[in-house]
Design a protein around this ligand. Structure first.
Ligand SMILES: [Zn+2]
Length: 162
């Protein structure tokens, strides 16, 4: 349970390859490009944003259906997870069995791992009756420093206009 996302994409690819083989599916170039794009993004994303990012970063033209199909497969394998944020569904990278606390900026959707181990220790020491914890992802919502500064600048310029 000590795995973290930065342990490497190769481990995730092996996990995916096993699932694909068991289900008679191919590890296609498109599938690889989509997975690599997801793990190079630093924001939560919608399928449409992923589609755009794959075409931009990988020089690959993939169809909307391919993106949706692969998101469904990646979710089954536990390589992405759906997150309900502000009433809309976004996707985040992450896998079952992972233990992480994610900080999410609700304005720009940037997401990253908190490296404060105190919460992790607390969760691991929780006494869960009749329950075996396989992992957890805790989301802390807020504003990143860039968005906070932009909000302050906007507030300041509005004040000077009056
Ligand atoms: Zn932000």
């Amino acid at each position: 349970m000590t795995d973290r996302i930065d342990n490497g994409l190769d481990v995730l690819k092996e996990k995916l390859a096993g699932y694909l083989q068991d289900n008679g599916l191919r590890f296609s170039a498109e599938r690889n490009a989509i997975l690599e794009t997801i793990y190079s993004m630093d924001c939560l994303f919608t399928p449409a944003q992923l589609l755009e990012a794959v075409s931009e970063r990988q020089n690959f033209l993939v169809s909307r259906a391919t993106v949706y199909n692969n998101l469904r497969i990646f979710e089954s394998v536990g390589l992405v997870q759906k997150v309900l944020l502000d009433g809309s569904v976004k996707y985040d990278r992450g896998w079952h069995g992972n233990c992480s606390t994610r900080l999410v900026c609700t304005r720009c959707m940037k997401a990253w791992d908190s490296h404060d181990d105190r919460l992790d220790t607390l969760v691991r020491e929780m006494k869960l009756r009749r329950f075996h914890m396989a992992g957890y992802t805790l989301y802390i919502h807020g504003l990143c420093s860039g968005c906070m500064q932009a909000a302050k600048r906007k507030k300041k310029s509005n004040r000077t206009k009056i």
